[in-house]
Design a protein around this ligand. Structure first.
Ligand code: NAD
Length: 443
C-alpha cells in the first residue's frame, strides 16, 4: 500500500498521477464550488486511510460525463434550447444510481459533486450501486406542464445512451418528482418497445413505484435525528427543530418530527420562512400553502429570512434545501446542537472545521439523506422481480439499514477519532477501494 502523496492531497493543486492532463484541471477554488468541496472532503477522509495512490486517483474524477444541448418546442411555438448533464462517478460496485435535478443554477461541477456523493452514499448504505447525477438548467416553475413533459422526454432521450435498468437508474431530486419519473420511464419504454419500470425509481405506485419511496428521505432524516438525540442524551419530547427547505425532504421530515413529539419551530422555502416559538403544525402549514400559495404570513407565526432560520436557538437544524448554506460566514453563529443534513452538501468544508471545533454534532448528508436511495434500491429490486411489498416491510427495512449505518459511522468516528463526515466517507471509500482491488484493473 502506498500512502496518498502530500502533493496530491491538497485540493486545488495539480497532483502528479498518470492520468491525462485535462482530467487534472481542478475546479476553481471557492466555498461555492460543490465539486471543489466534494474533493476537499475526499482528501480529508483519505488522509486517515492507507489508500493506494492510483485507487485514490480513480475516485477523484467522474468515470464519464455527458453534456447535452437540446431543443424544446414551447407552447407559443417557439423553439428554446436547454442544457443538460448526466455524470457517472463510479461503476465499480454496480450500475449507477442518482437523481435528476431541474434548477436554473445547475452546473456541470454541481452534478459532478452530487454524483461523487452518490457513490459514497450507496457504498455507505451497502447498496450495490455506483454514483450518478443528472440535471437540466431550467426553472421548472416557469414551464407549463406540457412544456415540462416535452423537456423531460427529450432530455431522457438524450441521456438514454447511458440510462438503463442494468446500467444507470435515475430518481427524483430538486425540481423533479414522480410525474417526471413516469415520463422518463414511458419515454425509455417506448424506445424499447416494452415497459421497463426498473429504469427509474421514485415512480408513481401505479407503474411500479414503491410504497414509502416519497417519504423515504424525510423518514431517514427523522430516524438519524432521533438516533443522534439518543446518543447525545437529549430528550425528544419538546426538543426544538428548525427546517430549511420545505420540499419533498423538508416537508416529510417536518411531519415525522412533529409526529415524534419534536417542536417544529421554523420552516422555510426559497422565498423565506416562518417561526413560532410554541411550534408549528406542518399539516396546518400545508393547508395554508395550499390556500395562499406560500407559507409566509402563516397565522400566529412570524416571517423570517433563510439566514435567520439557520442561526435560530434550537436543538436540531435540518438543512433540507440546497448546497452551501452553512458556510464560514454563519457557522460560528449556529446555535443548534445537532445539524441533520437532509440536503446534499449543505455545509462547506470551511464551515465543517468551525462546527467541529465548536462541538456541533453533524449528521452528514451521505448518511442523513440516504433513506431516499435506500428505498429507491428496494423499488428497483421489486421492479426486477415484479413482486411488491407492503409499506410496513419497506419502512422496517429502511429503519434497520439507517440505524445500522448510523452505528457504523459512530463506531468509525470513535475508532479513528474523526468527524462524523470523515467517518462516513472513510467507510464508503474503503468499500469502493476494496471492490476496485478485488475486480482488478482492466485489462
Ligand atoms: P424539492 O425541490 O422538493 O424542495 C426543495 C426545497 O428547498 C423547496 O422548498 C425550495 O423552496 C427550497 N429552496 C430552494 N433553494 C433554497 C434556498 N436557497 N434557501 C432555502 N430554501 C431553498 O427538493 P427535495 O427533493 O426536497 O431536495 C432537497 C435537498 O435534498 C436537495 O439537496 C436534494 O439533493 C436532497 N435530497 C433529496 C432526495 C429526495 O429523495 N428527494 C434524496 C436525497 C437528497
Amino acid at each position: 500500500m502506498i500512502d496518498q502523496s502530500e502533493e496530491a492531497s491538497k485540493v486545488g493543486q495539480v497532483c502528479t498521477v498518470s492520468v491525462s492532463q485535462s482530467l487534472l484541471r481542478r475546479p476553481p477554488l471557492g466555498e461555492e464550488n460543490a465539486y471543489a468541496n466534494a474533493l476537499a472532503q475526499f482528501e480529508k477522509a483519505i488522509s486517515h486511510m492507507k489508500l493506494k495512490k492510483g485507487v485514490a486517483d480513480t475516485l477523484r474524477y467522474p468515470k464519464r460525463e455527458l453534456s447535452v444541448s437540446f431543443p424544446v418546442l414551447m407552447d407559443n411555438q417557439e423553439i428554446r434550447m436547454f442544457r443538460g448533464y448526466r455524470v457517472h462517478h463510479s461503476v465499480v460496485r454496480g450500475p449507477t444510481k442518482g437523481g435528476i435535478r431541474y434548477a436554473p443554477t445547475v452546473t456541470l461541477d454541481e452534478i459532478r459533486a452530487l454524483a461523487m456523493w452518490m457513490t459514497w452514499k450507496c457504498a455507505l448504505m451497502g447498496l450495490p450501486y455506483g454514483g450518478a447525477k443528472g440535471g437540466v438548467v431550467v426553472d421548472p416553475k416557469e414551464l407549463s406542464s406540457r412544456e415540462l413533459e416535452r423537456l423531460t422526454r427529450r432530455y431522457a432521450t438524450e441521456i438514454s445512451i447511458l440510462m438503463g435498468p442494468e446500467s444507470d437508474i435515475p430518481a427524483p431530486d430538486m425540481g423533479t418528482n414522480s410525474q417526471v419519473m413516469a415520463w422518463i420511464m414511458d419515454t425509455y419504454s417506448m424506445h424499447r418497445g416494452f415497459s421497463v419500470p426498473a429504469v427509474v425509481t421514485g415512480k408513481p405506485i401505479e407503474i411500479g413505484g414503491s410504497l414509502g419511496r416519497t417519504e423515504a428521505t424525510g423518514r431517514g432524516v427523522a430516524v438519524t435525528m432521533r438516533e443522534a438525540m439518543k446518543l447525545k442524551d437529549m430528550g425528544q419530547e419538546n426538543a426544538t427543530v428548525a427546517i430549511q427547505g420545505y420540499g419533498n425532504v423538508g416537508s416529510v421530515a417536518a411531519r415525522m418530527a412533529h409526529d415524534m413529539g419534536f417542536k417544529v419551530v421554523a420552516l422555510s422555502g426559497s422565498r423565506g420562512g416562518i417561526y413560532r416559538a410554541d411550534g408549528l403544525d406542518p399539516a396546518a402549514v400545508d393547508m395554508h400553502v395550499g390556500e395562499s400559495g406560500s407559507m409566509l404570513d402563516f397565522p400566529g407565526a412570524d416571517n423570517i429570512s433563510n439566514e435567520d432560520l439557520l442561526i435560530l436557538d434550537c436543538d436540531v437544524l435540518i438543512a433540507a434545501a440546497v448546497e452551501n448554506q452553512i458556510t464560514s460566514r454563519n457557522a460560528d453563529k449556529i446555535k443548534a446542537k445537532i445539524i441533520a443534513e437532509g440536503a446534499n452538501g449543505p455545509t462547506t468544508p470551511e464551515a465543517d472545521e468551525i462546527l467541529n471545533d465548536r462541538g456541533v454534532f453533524v449528521i452528514p448528508d451521505i448518511l442523513c439523506n440516504a433513506g431516499g436511495v435506500t428505498v429507491s434500491y428496494l423499488e428497483w429490486v421489486q421492479d426486477l422481480q415484479s413482486f411488491f411489498w407492503p409499506v410496513e416491510e419497506i419502512n422496517l427495512k429502511l429503519e434497520k439499514l439507517m440505524r445500522k449505518s448510523f452505528e457504523s459511522v459512530m463506531d468509525c468516528a470513535r475508532v479513528h477519532n474523526v468527524s462524523n463526515r470523515e467517518a462516513a466517507q472513510i467507510l464508503a471509500i474503503q468499500r469502493i477501494a476494496d471492490a476496485i482491488m478485488i475486480r482488478g484493473i482492466y485489462p
